[in-house]
Design a protein around this ligand. Structure first.
Ligand code: PNS
Length: 164
């Protein structure tokens, strides 16, 4: 059985992430979406529990996709799934530099671990979680940026942040 791990900080999950997860689910038998901590993004908008809940609702229509979280290293996490491949989306050349470095670090920890990249769908190349967070802070419409199921969660959280 082929297994893919789609890791990310998902703060929050966007339609760009979902597009990569859906396409991965058509290539691999089993897909594990793993909500993780990104040390370069130290002040997330959402807690791990909130992210897990939003990701679960967003992927519920895909039967071979499951959701998990880990506070550890990705390469260590992946060891529990024998032969699993990490799948990440690439929007631009700037993504590649960072992902290439991550891939090398992961390989240093776990030399057998492979990473594959899917190019982002053209309509989502502009999209990122930080764009979504900023739009939400201005009370902008998030339709077409994130899964419909989680729009209210983001708006509620942004409203609370605005009132602090
Ligand atoms: O969605 P992101 O922020 O691009 O995802 C990055 C993520 C969470 C996959 C990456 O930061 C990660 O792998 N975090 C877990 C800790 C780890 O293994 N870091 C790499 C070695 S320093």
């Amino acid at each position: 059985m082929s297994i893919a791990i789609c890791p990310g900080s998902f703060d929050p999950i966007t339609l760009g992430h979902l597009n990569i997860i859906r396409r991965t689910s058509r290539i691999f038998d089993r897909v594990v979406v793993c909500v993780m901590h990104n040390a370069a993004k130290p002040s997330p908008m959402f807690t791990i529990e909130e992210k897990l809940d939003m990701v679960r609702r967003a992927v519920s229509r895909y039967p071979n996709v499951e959701v998990d979280s880990s506070s550890g290293l990705l390469a260590e996490y992946a060891k529990q799934y024998e032969g699993a491949v990490i799948v990440k989306g690439l929007r631009a050349a700037s993504d590649f530099e960072y992902e290439f470095q991550m891939n090398l670090i992961n390989k240093k920890i776990s030399p057998e671990l492979e990473t594959m990249f899917l190019t982002a769908s053209e309509k989502y190349t502009f999209l990122s979680s930080s764009v979504v967070r900023e739009m939400a802070m201005y009370g902008a419409d998030l339709t077409g940026l994130v899964p419909n199921e989680i729009i209210d969660d983001i708006q509620r959280k942004a409203q609370r942040w605005r009132n602090v």
